[in-house]
Design a protein around this ligand. Structure first.
Ligand code: EPU
Length: 417
Protein backbone atom coordinates (compact mmCIF):
# COMPACT_ATOMS: atom_id res chain seq x y z
CA UNK A 1 0.00 0.00 0.00
CA UNK A 2 1.25 3.48 -0.89
CA UNK A 3 2.34 6.03 1.70
CA UNK A 4 2.35 9.82 1.68
CA UNK A 5 5.66 11.54 2.42
CA UNK A 6 5.64 15.23 3.46
CA UNK A 7 8.55 17.53 4.19
CA UNK A 8 7.08 20.17 6.45
CA UNK A 9 7.48 23.88 7.00
CA UNK A 10 6.81 25.36 3.56
CA UNK A 11 4.51 28.31 2.93
CA UNK A 12 1.66 27.58 0.54
CA UNK A 13 0.51 30.04 -2.15
CA UNK A 14 -1.97 29.95 -5.00
CA UNK A 15 -5.37 28.33 -5.23
CA UNK A 16 -6.93 25.03 -4.16
CA UNK A 17 -10.27 24.15 -5.74
CA UNK A 18 -12.82 22.15 -3.79
CA UNK A 19 -14.60 19.15 -5.36
CA UNK A 20 -18.20 18.00 -5.07
CA UNK A 21 -19.29 16.70 -1.67
CA UNK A 22 -18.45 13.07 -0.94
CA UNK A 23 -21.29 12.66 1.53
CA UNK A 24 -23.78 14.05 -0.97
CA UNK A 25 -22.51 12.10 -3.98
CA UNK A 26 -22.56 8.80 -2.08
CA UNK A 27 -26.29 9.30 -1.41
CA UNK A 28 -27.19 10.74 -4.82
CA UNK A 29 -25.83 7.66 -6.62
CA UNK A 30 -28.09 5.14 -4.81
CA UNK A 31 -30.96 7.69 -5.11
CA UNK A 32 -30.51 7.71 -8.90
CA UNK A 33 -31.69 4.08 -9.24
CA UNK A 34 -35.13 5.00 -7.89
CA UNK A 35 -36.05 5.92 -11.46
CA UNK A 36 -35.77 3.50 -14.37
CA UNK A 37 -34.18 6.15 -16.50
CA UNK A 38 -30.91 7.95 -17.19
CA UNK A 39 -29.38 10.26 -14.60
CA UNK A 40 -26.35 12.47 -15.03
CA UNK A 41 -24.56 13.59 -11.89
CA UNK A 42 -22.00 16.35 -12.33
CA UNK A 43 -19.30 17.65 -9.98
CA UNK A 44 -18.83 14.14 -8.56
CA UNK A 45 -15.49 13.80 -6.73
CA UNK A 46 -13.01 11.30 -8.09
CA UNK A 47 -12.49 9.30 -4.90
CA UNK A 48 -12.44 5.59 -4.15
CA UNK A 49 -15.85 5.60 -2.35
CA UNK A 50 -17.47 6.45 -5.70
CA UNK A 51 -15.67 3.49 -7.29
CA UNK A 52 -17.03 1.21 -4.54
CA UNK A 53 -20.61 2.42 -5.21
CA UNK A 54 -20.13 1.90 -8.95
CA UNK A 55 -19.28 -1.76 -8.21
CA UNK A 56 -22.59 -2.14 -6.38
CA UNK A 57 -24.42 -0.52 -9.31
CA UNK A 58 -22.71 -2.93 -11.72
CA UNK A 59 -23.83 -5.88 -9.57
CA UNK A 60 -27.43 -4.59 -9.86
CA UNK A 61 -27.18 -4.48 -13.67
CA UNK A 62 -27.06 -0.68 -13.78
CA UNK A 63 -25.11 0.81 -16.64
CA UNK A 64 -22.54 3.25 -15.25
CA UNK A 65 -20.09 5.41 -17.12
CA UNK A 66 -17.74 7.86 -15.49
CA UNK A 67 -16.40 11.10 -16.92
CA UNK A 68 -13.63 13.07 -15.26
CA UNK A 69 -16.01 14.54 -12.66
CA UNK A 70 -19.37 13.14 -13.69
CA UNK A 71 -21.18 9.86 -13.56
CA UNK A 72 -23.94 8.73 -15.84
CA UNK A 73 -26.30 6.12 -14.42
CA UNK A 74 -28.80 4.20 -16.56
CA UNK A 75 -31.05 1.88 -14.54
CA UNK A 76 -33.33 0.82 -17.39
CA UNK A 77 -31.95 -2.74 -17.28
CA UNK A 78 -31.54 -2.91 -13.51
CA UNK A 79 -32.63 -5.92 -11.44
CA UNK A 80 -32.78 -6.47 -7.69
CA UNK A 81 -29.87 -8.60 -6.44
CA UNK A 82 -28.26 -9.49 -3.14
CA UNK A 83 -25.60 -6.95 -2.12
CA UNK A 84 -22.87 -9.07 -0.57
CA UNK A 85 -20.67 -8.17 2.39
CA UNK A 86 -17.72 -7.91 0.05
CA UNK A 87 -19.46 -5.03 -1.75
CA UNK A 88 -21.27 -3.34 1.15
CA UNK A 89 -18.33 -3.37 3.57
CA UNK A 90 -16.18 -1.09 1.40
CA UNK A 91 -18.04 2.02 2.56
CA UNK A 92 -20.62 3.35 4.98
CA UNK A 93 -22.88 4.78 2.31
CA UNK A 94 -23.71 1.35 0.87
CA UNK A 95 -26.59 1.55 3.40
CA UNK A 96 -28.39 3.97 1.08
CA UNK A 97 -29.19 0.99 -1.14
CA UNK A 98 -31.43 -0.20 1.71
CA UNK A 99 -33.76 2.79 1.30
CA UNK A 100 -33.43 2.96 -2.48
CA UNK A 101 -34.11 -0.75 -3.16
CA UNK A 102 -36.83 -0.93 -0.53
CA UNK A 103 -38.51 2.10 -2.12
CA UNK A 104 -38.18 0.75 -5.64
CA UNK A 105 -38.73 -3.04 -5.21
CA UNK A 106 -40.17 -3.30 -1.66
CA UNK A 107 -37.44 -5.86 -1.07
CA UNK A 108 -33.76 -5.62 -0.24
CA UNK A 109 -31.23 -8.25 0.77
CA UNK A 110 -27.90 -6.78 1.80
CA UNK A 111 -25.09 -6.95 4.31
CA UNK A 112 -24.23 -4.39 7.04
CA UNK A 113 -22.31 -1.35 5.67
CA UNK A 114 -18.61 -0.65 6.23
CA UNK A 115 -16.86 2.71 6.82
CA UNK A 116 -14.36 4.17 9.27
CA UNK A 117 -14.23 2.56 12.75
CA UNK A 118 -14.92 5.85 14.52
CA UNK A 119 -17.62 4.50 16.81
CA UNK A 120 -20.34 1.93 17.10
CA UNK A 121 -22.41 3.53 14.29
CA UNK A 122 -25.70 1.64 14.69
CA UNK A 123 -28.42 1.82 12.02
CA UNK A 124 -31.39 1.32 14.36
CA UNK A 125 -32.99 4.61 13.30
CA UNK A 126 -32.83 3.71 9.61
CA UNK A 127 -34.53 0.40 10.42
CA UNK A 128 -37.11 2.06 12.69
CA UNK A 129 -38.02 4.36 9.79
CA UNK A 130 -38.43 1.47 7.36
CA UNK A 131 -40.62 -0.37 9.89
CA UNK A 132 -42.82 2.70 10.36
CA UNK A 133 -43.38 2.71 6.60
CA UNK A 134 -44.60 -0.90 6.84
CA UNK A 135 -41.47 -2.97 6.22
CA UNK A 136 -40.41 -6.06 8.16
CA UNK A 137 -36.76 -6.69 8.90
CA UNK A 138 -34.92 -9.98 9.34
CA UNK A 139 -31.34 -9.76 10.47
CA UNK A 140 -29.02 -12.70 10.36
CA UNK A 141 -25.37 -12.30 11.27
CA UNK A 142 -25.14 -8.81 9.74
CA UNK A 143 -27.27 -9.65 6.70
CA UNK A 144 -30.55 -7.78 6.35
CA UNK A 145 -33.68 -8.77 4.48
CA UNK A 146 -36.07 -5.81 4.48
CA UNK A 147 -39.40 -6.22 2.72
CA UNK A 148 -42.93 -4.85 2.51
CA UNK A 149 -46.10 -5.62 0.58
CA UNK A 150 -46.51 -1.90 0.26
CA UNK A 151 -44.98 1.15 1.90
CA UNK A 152 -47.37 3.62 3.49
CA UNK A 153 -46.32 7.08 4.71
CA UNK A 154 -46.23 7.72 8.46
CA UNK A 155 -44.85 10.14 11.08
CA UNK A 156 -41.30 9.21 12.05
CA UNK A 157 -39.45 10.81 14.95
CA UNK A 158 -35.66 10.37 15.00
CA UNK A 159 -34.18 10.07 18.52
CA UNK A 160 -31.05 11.79 17.17
CA UNK A 161 -30.90 13.82 13.94
CA UNK A 162 -28.99 11.19 11.96
CA UNK A 163 -27.80 12.14 8.48
CA UNK A 164 -27.93 8.55 7.22
CA UNK A 165 -31.36 7.77 8.69
CA UNK A 166 -32.88 11.02 7.36
CA UNK A 167 -31.65 10.33 3.82
CA UNK A 168 -32.49 6.61 3.90
CA UNK A 169 -36.05 7.31 5.04
CA UNK A 170 -36.47 9.93 2.28
CA UNK A 171 -35.28 7.33 -0.26
CA UNK A 172 -37.77 4.73 1.01
CA UNK A 173 -40.64 7.22 1.30
CA UNK A 174 -40.59 9.01 -2.08
CA UNK A 175 -42.46 6.17 -3.80
CA UNK A 176 -44.61 5.18 -0.77
CA UNK A 177 -48.35 5.76 -0.62
CA UNK A 178 -49.33 8.94 1.23
CA UNK A 179 -47.40 11.36 3.38
CA UNK A 180 -44.30 10.72 5.49
CA UNK A 181 -43.15 13.28 8.05
CA UNK A 182 -39.63 13.02 9.48
CA UNK A 183 -39.34 14.92 12.76
CA UNK A 184 -35.99 15.84 14.33
CA UNK A 185 -34.49 15.32 10.88
CA UNK A 186 -30.82 16.10 10.26
CA UNK A 187 -30.30 19.50 8.56
CA UNK A 188 -26.92 19.04 6.85
CA UNK A 189 -26.50 20.62 3.37
CA UNK A 190 -26.12 17.10 1.94
CA UNK A 191 -29.72 16.38 2.96
CA UNK A 192 -30.93 19.45 1.09
CA UNK A 193 -28.90 18.33 -1.94
CA UNK A 194 -30.42 14.84 -1.95
CA UNK A 195 -33.95 16.23 -1.51
CA UNK A 196 -33.38 18.71 -4.37
CA UNK A 197 -32.21 15.89 -6.63
CA UNK A 198 -35.18 13.68 -5.73
CA UNK A 199 -37.53 16.62 -6.44
CA UNK A 200 -35.79 17.14 -9.81
CA UNK A 201 -36.64 13.47 -10.51
CA UNK A 202 -40.31 14.19 -9.74
CA UNK A 203 -40.53 13.58 -5.97
CA UNK A 204 -42.52 15.81 -3.62
CA UNK A 205 -40.31 16.70 -0.64
CA UNK A 206 -40.64 19.85 1.46
CA UNK A 207 -38.71 21.12 4.48
CA UNK A 208 -35.26 19.61 3.80
CA UNK A 209 -32.74 21.67 5.76
CA UNK A 210 -35.21 22.07 8.66
CA UNK A 211 -35.98 19.58 11.45
CA UNK A 212 -39.30 18.61 9.80
CA UNK A 213 -39.31 17.04 6.35
CA UNK A 214 -42.56 16.17 4.57
CA UNK A 215 -42.57 13.67 1.73
CA UNK A 216 -45.69 13.01 -0.30
CA UNK A 217 -45.28 9.73 -2.20
CA UNK A 218 -45.49 9.81 -6.01
CA UNK A 219 -46.11 6.92 -8.45
CA UNK A 220 -42.83 7.15 -10.28
CA UNK A 221 -39.65 9.15 -10.76
CA UNK A 222 -37.89 10.15 -13.97
CA UNK A 223 -34.30 10.88 -15.02
CA UNK A 224 -32.55 14.16 -14.21
CA UNK A 225 -29.25 16.01 -14.39
CA UNK A 226 -27.85 17.31 -11.13
CA UNK A 227 -24.66 18.99 -9.96
CA UNK A 228 -23.33 17.95 -6.53
CA UNK A 229 -22.82 20.73 -3.95
CA UNK A 230 -19.23 21.59 -2.90
CA UNK A 231 -17.62 19.42 -0.24
CA UNK A 232 -17.69 21.46 2.99
CA UNK A 233 -15.36 19.05 4.80
CA UNK A 234 -12.73 19.09 2.06
CA UNK A 235 -13.12 22.89 1.97
CA UNK A 236 -12.73 23.14 5.74
CA UNK A 237 -9.64 20.92 5.71
CA UNK A 238 -7.91 23.23 3.20
CA UNK A 239 -9.02 26.38 5.06
CA UNK A 240 -7.36 24.95 8.20
CA UNK A 241 -4.21 24.31 6.16
CA UNK A 242 -4.36 27.87 4.80
CA UNK A 243 -4.64 29.20 8.36
CA UNK A 244 -1.41 27.41 9.26
CA UNK A 245 0.69 27.88 6.13
CA UNK A 246 -1.13 30.21 3.75
CA UNK A 247 0.70 33.02 2.02
CA UNK A 248 -1.87 34.46 -0.39
CA UNK A 249 -3.59 31.06 -0.49
CA UNK A 250 -7.18 30.88 -1.74
CA UNK A 251 -9.53 27.92 -1.22
CA UNK A 252 -12.17 28.28 -3.91
CA UNK A 253 -15.37 26.68 -5.16
CA UNK A 254 -16.92 26.40 -1.69
CA UNK A 255 -20.06 27.70 0.02
CA UNK A 256 -18.83 29.92 2.91
CA UNK A 257 -22.13 29.52 4.80
CA UNK A 258 -21.59 25.76 4.96
CA UNK A 259 -18.34 26.17 6.93
CA UNK A 260 -19.25 29.16 9.08
CA UNK A 261 -18.93 27.07 12.26
CA UNK A 262 -15.27 26.54 11.32
CA UNK A 263 -14.41 30.00 10.00
CA UNK A 264 -15.94 31.70 13.06
CA UNK A 265 -13.76 29.51 15.33
CA UNK A 266 -10.61 30.21 13.28
CA UNK A 267 -11.37 33.94 13.48
CA UNK A 268 -11.86 33.62 17.24
CA UNK A 269 -8.35 32.10 17.40
CA UNK A 270 -7.02 35.11 15.48
CA UNK A 271 -6.87 33.89 11.87
CA UNK A 272 -7.40 36.72 9.35
CA UNK A 273 -9.70 35.25 6.72
CA UNK A 274 -10.97 36.98 3.61
CA UNK A 275 -14.35 35.37 2.99
CA UNK A 276 -15.69 35.93 -0.52
CA UNK A 277 -18.82 34.72 -2.30
CA UNK A 278 -17.37 31.29 -3.04
CA UNK A 279 -13.89 31.34 -1.54
CA UNK A 280 -11.86 31.80 1.64
CA UNK A 281 -8.41 33.31 1.45
CA UNK A 282 -5.53 33.64 3.92
CA UNK A 283 -2.85 36.18 3.02
CA UNK A 284 -0.60 35.78 6.00
CA UNK A 285 -0.27 33.45 9.00
CA UNK A 286 -0.41 35.09 12.42
CA UNK A 287 -0.06 34.18 16.08
CA UNK A 288 -3.11 32.31 17.38
CA UNK A 289 -4.77 31.82 20.76
CA UNK A 290 -6.41 28.71 22.19
CA UNK A 291 -10.11 28.04 21.51
CA UNK A 292 -12.74 25.55 22.68
CA UNK A 293 -14.70 23.44 20.22
CA UNK A 294 -17.60 21.05 20.68
CA UNK A 295 -18.79 18.87 17.81
CA UNK A 296 -22.55 18.97 17.19
CA UNK A 297 -24.95 18.41 14.33
CA UNK A 298 -25.24 21.00 11.53
CA UNK A 299 -25.10 23.99 11.63
CA UNK A 300 -22.76 23.45 14.61
CA UNK A 301 -19.11 22.45 14.40
CA UNK A 302 -18.89 19.21 12.36
CA UNK A 303 -17.32 16.08 13.79
CA UNK A 304 -15.69 15.54 10.39
CA UNK A 305 -13.53 18.66 10.90
CA UNK A 306 -12.63 17.89 14.52
CA UNK A 307 -9.63 15.72 13.64
CA UNK A 308 -8.26 18.11 10.96
CA UNK A 309 -8.53 20.96 13.51
CA UNK A 310 -6.25 19.22 16.08
CA UNK A 311 -2.95 20.17 14.34
CA UNK A 312 -4.16 23.79 14.18
CA UNK A 313 -4.82 23.75 17.94
CA UNK A 314 -1.28 22.51 18.64
CA UNK A 315 -0.13 25.82 17.12
CA UNK A 316 -2.36 28.02 19.30
CA UNK A 317 -1.01 29.61 22.49
CA UNK A 318 -2.75 28.32 25.62
CA UNK A 319 -4.95 25.30 26.30
CA UNK A 320 -7.64 24.46 23.74
CA UNK A 321 -10.42 22.00 24.52
CA UNK A 322 -12.21 19.72 22.10
CA UNK A 323 -15.34 17.81 23.03
CA UNK A 324 -16.46 15.11 20.58
CA UNK A 325 -20.16 14.38 21.06
CA UNK A 326 -21.07 12.49 17.88
CA UNK A 327 -18.72 9.47 17.82
CA UNK A 328 -17.12 7.45 20.63
CA UNK A 329 -13.84 6.78 18.87
CA UNK A 330 -12.77 9.86 16.97
CA UNK A 331 -9.44 10.63 18.62
CA UNK A 332 -7.47 7.86 16.93
CA UNK A 333 -5.14 10.46 15.38
CA UNK A 334 -4.08 11.81 18.79
CA UNK A 335 -1.39 9.20 19.72
CA UNK A 336 0.56 9.91 16.51
CA UNK A 337 0.08 13.68 16.94
CA UNK A 338 1.61 13.33 20.42
CA UNK A 339 4.39 11.18 18.94
CA UNK A 340 5.21 14.19 16.72
CA UNK A 341 5.56 16.46 19.76
CA UNK A 342 2.05 17.70 20.65
CA UNK A 343 0.94 17.87 24.31
CA UNK A 344 -2.58 16.48 24.46
CA UNK A 345 -4.53 14.90 27.34
CA UNK A 346 -7.64 12.88 26.55
CA UNK A 347 -10.36 12.04 29.05
CA UNK A 348 -12.97 9.33 28.37
CA UNK A 349 -12.07 9.31 24.68
CA UNK A 350 -14.41 12.29 24.23
CA UNK A 351 -12.63 15.30 25.73
CA UNK A 352 -9.18 16.50 24.67
CA UNK A 353 -7.06 19.32 26.09
CA UNK A 354 -4.42 20.55 23.66
CA UNK A 355 -1.56 22.49 25.26
CA UNK A 356 0.10 24.89 22.82
CA UNK A 357 2.05 26.08 21.18
CA UNK A 358 4.27 23.05 20.51
CA UNK A 359 6.62 22.41 17.61
CA UNK A 360 5.92 19.18 15.71
CA UNK A 361 8.68 16.94 14.41
CA UNK A 362 8.40 14.68 11.34
CA UNK A 363 7.75 11.02 12.11
CA UNK A 364 6.33 7.74 10.74
CA UNK A 365 2.59 7.81 11.41
CA UNK A 366 -0.60 6.02 10.37
CA UNK A 367 -3.87 7.20 8.81
CA UNK A 368 -6.26 5.41 11.18
CA UNK A 369 -9.37 6.67 9.37
CA UNK A 370 -10.34 9.21 6.69
CA UNK A 371 -10.36 12.47 8.70
CA UNK A 372 -7.66 11.21 11.08
CA UNK A 373 -5.52 10.65 7.98
CA UNK A 374 -6.17 14.22 6.80
CA UNK A 375 -5.13 15.38 10.25
CA UNK A 376 -1.80 13.55 9.91
CA UNK A 377 -1.21 15.21 6.52
CA UNK A 378 -1.68 18.61 8.19
CA UNK A 379 0.69 17.63 11.02
CA UNK A 380 3.24 16.64 8.37
CA UNK A 381 2.84 19.96 6.53
CA UNK A 382 3.66 21.99 9.66
CA UNK A 383 6.26 19.66 11.19
CA UNK A 384 9.97 20.09 11.10
CA UNK A 385 11.46 17.34 8.90
CA UNK A 386 9.87 14.46 7.05
CA UNK A 387 6.61 12.69 7.96
CA UNK A 388 5.60 9.43 6.33
CA UNK A 389 1.94 8.44 6.55
CA UNK A 390 0.95 4.83 5.95
CA UNK A 391 -2.50 3.32 5.33
CA UNK A 392 -3.35 6.21 3.01
CA UNK A 393 -6.22 4.29 1.37
CA UNK A 394 -8.40 5.86 4.07
CA UNK A 395 -7.46 9.39 2.92
CA UNK A 396 -8.02 8.65 -0.77
CA UNK A 397 -11.56 7.46 0.03
CA UNK A 398 -12.54 11.08 0.67
CA UNK A 399 -10.02 13.60 -0.70
CA UNK A 400 -9.58 13.78 -4.46
CA UNK A 401 -5.91 14.19 -5.38
CA UNK A 402 -4.93 15.67 -2.01
CA UNK A 403 -1.24 15.22 -2.84
CA UNK A 404 -1.48 16.93 -6.27
CA UNK A 405 -3.54 19.81 -4.88
CA UNK A 406 -1.07 20.52 -2.06
CA UNK A 407 1.94 20.11 -4.34
CA UNK A 408 0.43 22.68 -6.71
CA UNK A 409 0.47 25.33 -3.99
CA UNK A 410 4.04 24.61 -2.91
CA UNK A 411 3.93 21.69 -0.47
CA UNK A 412 6.76 19.16 -0.57
CA UNK A 413 4.51 16.13 -0.63
CA UNK A 414 4.44 12.92 -2.67
CA UNK A 415 2.97 9.45 -2.81
CA UNK A 416 5.62 6.76 -2.38
CA UNK A 417 5.29 2.99 -2.72
N1 EPU B 1 -26.94 7.03 15.14
C1 EPU B 1 -27.71 6.16 15.86
N2 EPU B 1 -28.56 5.35 15.20
C2 EPU B 1 -28.69 5.39 13.85
C3 EPU B 1 -27.91 6.28 13.11
C4 EPU B 1 -27.03 7.10 13.79
O1 EPU B 1 -27.61 6.10 17.09
O2 EPU B 1 -29.50 4.62 13.32
C5 EPU B 1 -25.99 7.90 15.84
C6 EPU B 1 -24.54 7.58 15.47
O3 EPU B 1 -24.01 6.53 16.23
C7 EPU B 1 -23.85 8.89 15.71
C8 EPU B 1 -24.94 9.92 15.36
O4 EPU B 1 -26.17 9.22 15.39
O5 EPU B 1 -23.54 9.01 17.06
C9 EPU B 1 -24.78 10.58 14.03
O6 EPU B 1 -24.69 9.61 13.00
P1 EPU B 1 -25.23 9.89 11.54
O7 EPU B 1 -26.22 8.84 11.22
O8 EPU B 1 -25.61 11.31 11.40
O9 EPU B 1 -23.92 9.61 10.71
P2 EPU B 1 -23.78 8.79 9.38
O10 EPU B 1 -24.96 9.03 8.52
O11 EPU B 1 -23.38 7.40 9.67
C10 EPU B 1 -22.67 10.75 8.06
C11 EPU B 1 -21.39 10.91 7.32
C12 EPU B 1 -20.24 10.98 8.31
C13 EPU B 1 -20.47 12.12 9.27
C14 EPU B 1 -21.85 11.99 9.95
C15 EPU B 1 -22.19 13.14 10.86
C16 EPU B 1 -21.85 9.75 5.26
C17 EPU B 1 -21.61 8.58 4.40
N3 EPU B 1 -21.22 9.78 6.43
O12 EPU B 1 -22.54 9.52 8.76
O13 EPU B 1 -19.08 11.24 7.53
O14 EPU B 1 -19.48 12.10 10.27
O15 EPU B 1 -22.87 11.85 8.95
O16 EPU B 1 -22.15 14.32 10.14
O17 EPU B 1 -22.56 10.67 4.90
C18 EPU B 1 -16.79 11.28 7.05
O18 EPU B 1 -17.07 11.82 5.97
O19 EPU B 1 -15.60 11.20 7.49
C19 EPU B 1 -17.86 10.72 7.87
C20 EPU B 1 -17.65 9.86 8.85
Amino acid sequence: MSRIRVKGGYELSGEIRVEGAKNSAVALIPAAVLCGDKVLLENVPNISDIGALSEILACLGVDVSRGENSISIDSSKMSNKIITCELSSKLRASYYFMGALLGKYKYVNMCFPGGCSIGERPINLHLKGFEKLGATIEENDGNFIIKADKLIGDDIFLDVPSVGATINIMLAAVLAKGKTVIDNAAMEPEIVDVASFLNEMGADIKGAGTPKIEIVGVDELHGATHSVIPDRIEAGTYVIIASLLGHELKVSGLVPGHIESLTSKLEEAGVKLEIGKNYVRVDKVGSYKAIDVKTVVYPGFPTDLQQPLIPFLTQCHGVSHVEETIYENRFMNIPDTVKMGAKIDVVDNTYASIHGKTALVGSDVVATDLRGGASMVICGLIADGVTTISNVGHILRGYQDIVGKLKNVGAKIEIVD
